[in-house]
Design a protein around this ligand. Structure first.
Ligand SMILES: [Zn+2]
Length: 248
């Protein structure tokens, strides 16, 4: 297809070709359409990529569905990301983020339930956080926990999160080299962060001795998504290997 560009600048520069061409799709990322409400009704983790594309240059919208309840405890942590994140609130009630709002987060930002009272039944927030994967080397992320008493860092877990296709991509950083379905770096990072965060050495503050609460991974589900991605890869390989034997 071609787009006719008609501007005063071009009128003044008649030697410039009056049309330019949009490259046809490469076929690497087939256009897909989902309803964020339908997709998130069946999600298994917070910050779940809602499309299967996470390679260098891809826009990655990730869904998060947070809700209140007597047994809900989301804790608090900080996230640092070298790539930009854009939050869109698709619907909320009794939350700090209003329905329909849009927010560009700071590279270092606090994360909690975003609910006014996480123990309140009926409070919720359904949001997407979209990040654009870097095409250059150096994409990194960090998760930080602070002592609830003295506010000093008790853990900073920083890691390379170079996406597939970036010059510094490491195929075994988050999963196995033969994975067909890639682990999403933030899910892996969140799972590793909580393992360290909940250890006695980290949880008991080295600065003031305060025994910090155990971070509840259940409402975040990162370990669930990582494990289910592992099982999906194993199941795919099981069928592929079985087919090879049968067809031999
Ligand atoms: Zn402390």
């Amino acid at each position: 297809m071609s787009i006719v560009v008609d501007s005063p600048v071009q009128a003044a520069l008649p030697e410039i070709a009056p049309t330019r061409h949009v490259q046809p799709p490469t076929g690497e990322r087939e256009p897909l359409k989902v309803s964020v409400y339908e997709r998130m009704s069946k999600s298994n983790a917070q910050l779940m990529p809602i499309f299967p594309y996470d390679e260098a240059g891809a826009m990655v919208p990730c869904g998060a569905m947070l809700y209140g309840g007597a047994d809900r405890s989301h804790g608090h942590f900080f996230h640092w990301n070298t790539v930009s994140e854009l939050l869109v609130a698709w619907g909320s009630s009794d939350a700090m983020i209003a329905t329909g709002s849009l927010m560009a987060t700071q590279p270092f930002h606090g994360v909690n339930s975003f609910l006014r009272d996480e123990k309140k039944e009926g409070a919720f927030a359904l949001v997407t956080i979209t990040q654009r994967q870097s095409g250059e080397a150096g994409q990194r992320e960090a998760l930080t926990a602070k002592c609830e008493s003295c506010k000093k860092d008790i853990l900073k877990f920083e890691y390379d999160s170079a996406p597939f296709g970036a010059p510094d991509f490491n195929p075994t950083a988050f999963g196995d080299a033969d994975d067909v379905f890639r682990q999403f770096s933030t899910q892996w990072g969140g799972t590793e962060f909580v393992k360290q965060r909940n250890s006695d050495e980290v949880r008991v503050c080295q600065h003031c001795g305060h025994e910090n609460y155990l971070f509840d991974l259940k409402p975040w589900g990162w370990d669930r998504l990582v494990n289910q991605t592992k099982v999906s890869n194993a199941a795919f390989h099981a069928l592929t290997n079985s087919a090879k034997e049968v067809l031999r």
